[in-house]
Design a protein around this ligand. Structure first.
Ligand SMILES: Cc1ncc(COP(=O)(O)O)c(C=O)c1O
Length: 433
């Protein structure tokens, strides 16, 4: 970056104490060029630097580097929301047509994106019967462009066998794209198990305070686009919209992420505001500490609920009788996410009453906030799905999803205790016990 030039024309001023260091003084959308040749080199992607804030911004760029480092990737692209990141991640591999094969346990809006919106743009979303690798492999064909999974499903809490899914994807010549929002790189680094692309809603644990939307795509740099040139011509053939650039040749291991920026961020502009990038950077400074406390609190709440006679079931991967216990040990170091579901005795009516009685735990649809949150997925996040699709996504009519925060554990449990008491105090529900 040419500090001197930016200092004069691009919103930076030289620091009078050091002369050589530039400090930002105001916000700008564009960055001055030294000359026509310098501008041309930036536009040709031959020189590093900034030209226009829709494509890259110095503050957002720091966020991208940090997320790429946390995941162990070669590069990242920050965008306005997690959904924008998912959209770009899918179209970047499949924009000539084809299909994405996915596990069924997904966040509701991602299910809608794959099942309804992308198909209208010529990209099919195929949902397997389960998250098992053989169920995924059965759906892959010559038009498949990627396998997709949430490393920990929201809200199902299923833990995907990333290593096995990566093997299936690679044996069929396609990348494994994962949404690592719920796990975060603090609990799980998917590239270490063979995933190729990782997507995040930064809105959740990484930001951590429920104040700021953001999304990111991270590239492991390991998928061999050149070895699969027939399936992925967009990375291997000259791009007419970018004066004949061949992404795999020009960017090597960064081909995927640089194409996402040059094609999608440039033309569709789902830009993360630099101020939001700054807020998300603040969140990332404490994410490791917060996740530790989230996980510790969630285990105590899950244990409390399991031992309570008013509770019908608790779906928590950290219990040895969970079908995901072995995967929790393998991928999460024996930990489990602070996002989990449970059902109260008395079904839907009791569940609603419990939900309405919460005082400390907030009723809203976000997750990963420092504050404890609760949601009723069947009536909100997963409302657009059929009853069968809800069941496959891990949502029953009575399901309550908890995102346990970092408050004092006694306060969280006291709130749950009083809400359970109110919910089961009604005579009709006592009869159901
Ligand atoms: C797992 C997962 N991925 C993606 C998203 C979408 O993120 P955003 O709200 O930032 O668009 C969410 C939102 O809840 C989510 O839970």
């Amino acid at each position: 970056m040419r500090n001197e030039t930016i200092a004069i024309h691009g919103g930076y001023e030289p620091d009078p104490t050091t002369k050589s260091v530039a400090v930002p003084i105001y916000q700008t959308v564009a960055y001055a060029f030294d000359s026509a040749d310098h501008g041309a080199a930036l536009f040709n992607l031959e020189a590093d630097g900034f030209r226009y804030s829709r494509i890259a911004n110095p503050t957002t760029s720091v966020l991208e580097k940090r997320i790429a480092d946390l995941e162990g990737g070669v590069g990242a692209l920050a965008v306005a929301t997690g959904q924008a990141a998912l959209h770009f991640a899918f179209v970047n591999v499949a924009d000539g047509g084809g299909n994405i094969v996915s596990v069924p346990q997904l966040y509701g809006t991602t299910h809608t994106l794959l099942g309804h919106v992308l198909p209208r743009q010529g990209i099919g979303g195929r949902f397997a019967d389960s998250d098992q690798p053989d169920a995924i492999e059965r759906l892959i064909d010559e038009n498949t462009k990627a396998v997709f999974a949430e490393t920990i499903g929201n809200p199902a809490g299923n833990i995907c066998d990333i290593e096995a899914l990566a093997k299936v994807a690679h044996r069929n010549g396609v990348p494994l794209i994962v949404d690592n929002t719920v796990a975060t790189p603090i609990l799980l680094r998917p590239f270490e198990y063979g995933a190729d692309i990782s997507v995040h809603s930064l809105t959740k644990f990484l930001g951590g305070h429920g104040t700021t939307l953001g999304g990111a795509i991270v590239d492991s740099g390991r998928f061999p686009w050149k070895s699969h040139a027939d399936r992925f011509p967009a990375f291997n053939n000259p791009d007419a919209s970018y004066h004949g650039l061949v992404y795999a040749d020009r960017f090597g291991p960064k081909a995927y992420i640089e194409r996402a920026r040059s094609v999608y961020q440039r033309t569709m502009g789902s830009v993360l505001s630099p101020f939001n990038a700054f807020l998300l950077l603040q969140g990332i400074e404490t994410v490791a500490l917060r996740v530790e406390r989230h996980v510790e609190n969630a285990r105590k709440v899950a244990e409390f609920l399991r031992n309570d006679r008013r509770v019908a079931w608790v779906n928590y991967a950290g219990f040895p009788d969970s079908p995901y216990y072995a995967l929790a040990r393998k991928y999460l170091n024996g930990n489990s996410s602070s996002l989990f579901t449970f059902g109260i005795k008395g079904g839907m009516e009791a569940g609603k009453s419990f939900y309405d009685s919460l005082k400390l735990i907030t009723r809203l649809v976000n997750i990963g906030d420092a504050k404890s949150l609760a949601c009723h997925p069947a009536s909100t996040t997963h409302r657009q799905m059929s009853a069968e699709q809800q069941r496959m996504a891990g949502v029953l009519p009575e399901t309550i999803r908890l995102s346990i925060g970092i408050e004092h554990i006694c306060d969280i449990i006291e709130d749950i205790e009083q809400a359970l008491s109110k919910a089961t105090a009604q005579p009709s529900l006592q009869a159901a016990e």
